[in-house]
Write a protein that binds this ligand. Structure first.
Ligand code: ATP
Ligand code: MG
Length: 417
């Protein structure tokens, strides 16, 4: 489990703010979901023989001996909530953000507790919905300055029936070449053969070169929707690569699947993954409702921002220095009024006393733009001294009443900059 430290939270907050802005601009509403759900919920939706359910879940028996699981992803819980609260009206656009848990080998971009932003849209079966989701992603990438570093990979995996037919053909083909497969893929040949397609093992990949293609098993309806989606992406000027081996690791997907990948993060290259899951609502006992969604791995997105040297710093505006007890007391109502009048102004007051010299040292270190100084002389004369800490400006001493005008001017300038 990983702590997100104060030096990194500004980056997280700017990412979250941008996401919230983009999501509301498309009419998506937030839904807040529990972190623990019954184990069966995940097994049933994600699939018994997926990596997640087989070996990655944090599962425990609660005091009543019911099997519970820390959510490894958000779609299952979201669909449960949609069914439970009759939210599957058309269209229903939802998002959620929060921690997910998977028992994995921790490494860069892979943690046991990590965070996802999930976006789910219910009720629309046509590829205009898929296009909207992908366009929304791109808007977010642009706002964060990472759009040049992310590529869209996309595929259609057809219906469950299409995949069942393809699965047979693939198993026939691979069974004859079983000894050329890596150990993991040999095991998957029995359990989840489609996952072999995205094996990272180069030998396995070369065996796959001649393998039957999923494309050839996808029915005309799914293919037509896919072509329509690609046409919309063209209209949106979103570059994409059709990756015929992209299948995604969760059982509930059908038709469109996509991933946004980057070359900047090494092996953990997928920042966002999603697709259509038209049968999941029904699986959970709801009325048949088409749906599509995606999840962004927020750690990987912040790592990408860092790799691109995108920095966010939020230094204070004012650092307040006071000469002693009397000056401190004198400053209190003045700062209180200032905070009330300018909620956007960041004021750090020096606490714990100390010499002017040591207070100025702290002021410098804080990164604040100006020091606000109440010395004995200032207090006696109802004045305040303003010393620039970063700005190229003159130090000045002004009357208390003039502080308001100074702050207003400072904020106007800061907003203009
Ligand atoms: P991977 O192939 O990297 O294991 P996945 O297919 O398991 O990814 P999804 O279940 O589709 O991933 O989750 C969506 C996104 O969540 C991923 O693309 C990734 O950015 C992020 N993610 C998944 N697992 C982790 C993890 N253990 N640590 C950090 N981020 C993760
Ligand atoms: Mg995984």
């Amino acid at each position: 489990m990983v702590d997100i430290l104060p030096e990194n939270t500004p980056l997280w907050q700017s990412m979250e703010d941008a996401a919230l802005e983009v999501l509301s601009s498309y009419g998506y509403s937030e839904i807040r979901l529990p972190i623990i759900e019954s184990t069966e919920l995940f097994a049933r939706s994600i699939g018994e023989v997926t990596d997640i359910v087989e070996k990655e879940m944090y599962t425990f028996a609660d005091r009543n001996d019911e099997s519970m699981t820390l959510r490894p992803e958000g779609t299952a819980g979201c669909v449960r909530a949609v069914v439970q609260h009759n939210l599957a009206v058309t269209p229903q656009r939802l998002w959620y953000m929060g921690p997910m848990f998977r028992y994995e080998r921790p490494q860069k971009g892979r943690q046991r507790q990590f965070h996802q932003l999930g976006v789910e849209a219910f009720g629309v079966a046509t590829p205009d919905q898929d296009a909207e989701l992908i366009a929304l992603c791109r808007q977010l990438w642009c706002r964060l300055g990472v759009d040049d570093a992310l590529q869209l990979e996309i595929n259609t995996i057809g219906s469950a029936a299409d995949r069942a037919r393809y699965r047979e053909a693939l198993v026939d083909y691979l069974s004859l070449r079983r000894d050329q497969l890596d150990e993991d893929s040999q095991r998957r040949l029995e359990t989840n053969p489609l996952r072999i397609l995205d094996s990272k093992n180069p030998d396995t990949q070369s065996v796959l070169d001649e393998a039957p293609l999923l494309q050839d098993y996808v029915d005309a309806d799914a293919q037509a929707d896919f072509d329509q989606l690609l046409d919309y992406l063209g209209a949106l000027n979103i570059p994409y690569a059709v990756n015929p081996r992209l299948v995604r690791g969760l059982d509930y997907y059908n038709k469109t699947v996509f991933e946004w990948t980057t070359g900047h993060l090494g092996a953990q290259s997928t920042v966002c993954g999603g697709g259509r899951y038209d049968t999941l609502v029904e699986t959970f006992g709801g009325k048949a409702t088409p749906a599509a969604g995606f999840a962004i791995g927020l750690e990987r997105l912040t790592l990408l921002m860092q790799a691109l040297d995108i920095t966010v710093s939020t230094p204070a505006d004012l650092y307040v220095i006071t000469a002693g007890e009397t000056a401190f007391r004198h400053s209190l109502p003045r700062l209180d009024a200032l905070r009330r009048q300018y909620p956007e102004l960041d004021i750090i007051q020096h606490l714990g006393g100390g010499s002017f010299k040591s207070q100025f040292k702290r002021a410098d270190k804080s990164g604040a733009a100006w020091a606000l100084v109440y010395g004995d002389a200032e207090v006696a004369a109802q004045q305040v001294t303003l010393k620039p800490l970063r700005a190229d400006a003159e130090q000045r001493t002004i009357a208390d009443e003039e502080l308001d005008a100074f702050v207003a001017g400072y904020l106007a300038e800061a907003q203009g900059a």
